[in-house]
Write a protein that binds this ligand. Sequence first.
Ligand SMILES: [Zn+2]
Length: 391
Amino acid sequence: MRIPRLYQHMLWLAVAGIALAASAGCEPSGYKISLLTYDPESDDYGIRIKRVETLENIDRLDGSATVLRGSASLKLDYTTGYLEWRQPPRSVAFDWFESDGVIIPADFDSLAMISIYYSIELSKLFFEDLGFKSKILEKMPTYYWPSFDIVDENGPKSQKDNAFYLYLSPKERSFFILPFEQMQWIPMALNTGIITHEYSHAVFDVLVWDRNRQIQDQMVPSASNFVYALNEGWADFVAVARTGDPDFISHSIPKGLFVDFRGSDVVRDASMPLNYTAYLDQEARQTPPQSFDPYGIGAFVSALMYSFENRIDTSEITTNNIPSLEARVHVGTWFVQALDDMGENLTADFELYDFFSFFLTRIDSQTARTDFCDLLFDRYSLYYEEVRGCP
Ligand SMILES: [Zn+2]
């Protein structure tokens, strides 16, 4: 039987797929794939061969971490709160060939999509290391390169160069990877730290907000602002802890390019010690939630946790002062548990020190608790007295 050329190609792909799957028999599961990722040793991005463990359908980039979906067109109208799907998403086609047992993406989109899949997989697996039961977070689709308009008082604006998590309902959460325009730096969506930051917002939603939707509308403005800021600090904290890169945003946005009137840079560096200042506090207490900038207090939280990891780190080998993975996993585990406690006990007048009180009760070592209190004494002196559990 003569097989048409196109089908020959498809048949070859299918055979190669089976062969790869079979050859993986006694090796760890998954596929060896050449993709773009970050290396903490050299502190740079490059094409590297990695094992992607959770893919179930490689041609459609569908696995337990996420499923990539393409061709969508949406409009999110902030004036009405309505999300309109102008064109539904479709399966993507991951184009690849095989060389020496390694899967090589055949075009730029395929490279970008598999690199994003891998970042989401790493985020999911890291959360499992922190004791977060990923079962409670349903698999979220990732919309790749959609046409996405946001409508506000100034009219519709097409969104580019961004990656974000969007919550619609407990059954509908997703990631959006918007078209890349600025290519001279690592696009936001290919920045593995930014993907983890976004993934962490989904986890925060599950731990804190899903259980408290009814309180959300009754919260005093400062309480909303503190939760919002904590959410940003948490997301940065996990991105730094997973990648081992305190300065992960700087690969996508040059330092000093976007600095606001207070001198705070959009590129947040967790290795810079920051104090909780009276200015930050007033901003949280006096700004209405819709115009509050959460990143100042967020940066304080992630820098505090970074210093804490360094204080409790008992490993002798540290690269460039980056805390060991062990220390990062300890602090991350306590952070997850504290958010869980916060979700159980959230009040309409929530204060940032309430979170630190939850966090302290989860630290399971007396020395580490003392270290954390010492840090709060230095950097959070305004409200140190309010934290329950410190001397
Ligand atoms: Zn964020």
